[in-house]
Design a protein around this ligand. Structure first.
Ligand SMILES: [Zn+2]
Length: 211
């Protein structure tokens, strides 16, 4: 059994979305200061590092991250690779000739190379899905999509259309995957976001398993 961790390391050096708080894992009690234990707190956006988006992220009153169905977050997934291009289009998706029953899709792009240096500066030119690609995905009945940078849609999109199409259809969005060491193919996905009550997102540990 081979287990590949495709989560990003949460540290203060990891790039965050422009304007989001820097990630901090900070000690508030230390043995060095005479306490019996070391204790830390985590300060960050719920959209930091490898994380999941919930419908309430873009729709007031919609479902929250603690309600995401585990049977979508865990199961067979396809990892597909687009080595070229900076936006993923329906034509590119159709050319993959995916099996009809594909329920989970992870996209490996040139973004994953950026994670060779997990301390790089936020790169606004990352590869992402067009809104038409999002429509293609929901029409095909895909229930989970994962991308290898911090957003499923292009940085300069004026409206969050790609997010809205996917979230309105109940598709789970996983962002901030590191697929640099993953070959395209079929795997078992385990994605477990923190059970943050009422939240619009949550950091997740995500692994791929191949037997
Ligand atoms: Zn997010």
């Amino acid at each position: 059994v081979k287990i590949t961790d495709i989560s990003l390391p949460l540290s203060s050096e990891l790039p965050v979305w422009p304007g989001d708080p820097q990630i901090k894992v900070e000690r508030y009690r230390t043995i060095a200061e005479g306490n019996i234990s070391n204790d830390s707190r985590l300060v960050c956006s719920v959209h930091s590092g490898t994380h999941v988006d919930a419908p309430v992220h873009f729709f007031e009153g919609a479902s929250t991250v603690d309600k995401l169905p585990l049977d979508i977050l865990i199961g067979e997934t396809s990892v597909v690779e687009f080595a070229r291009g900076n936006v993923i289009t329906p034509d590119m998706l159709a050319a993959l000739k995916l099996p009809e029953d594909t329920t989970r899709l992870l996209f490996k792009t040139s973004n994953s190379m950026l994670w060779a240096d997990p301390h790089h500066r936020f790169n606004p030119n990352f590869v992402a899905l067009s809104s038409d690609a999002a429509k293609w995905i929901i029409d095909r009945g895909v229930r989970l999509v994962g991308v290898d940078y911090l957003s499923v849609q292009k940085f300069d999109d004026s409206e969050p259309v790609t997010h809205r199409i996917l979230l309105a259809a109940g598709v789970v969005i996983v962002e901030g995957l590191n697929l640099q060491n993953v070959q395209p193919g079929s795997y078992r996905l385990i994605c477990l976001p923190l059970k943050l009550v009422g939240s619009d997102g949550a950091p997740a540990r995500v692994v791929l398993i191949r037997e």
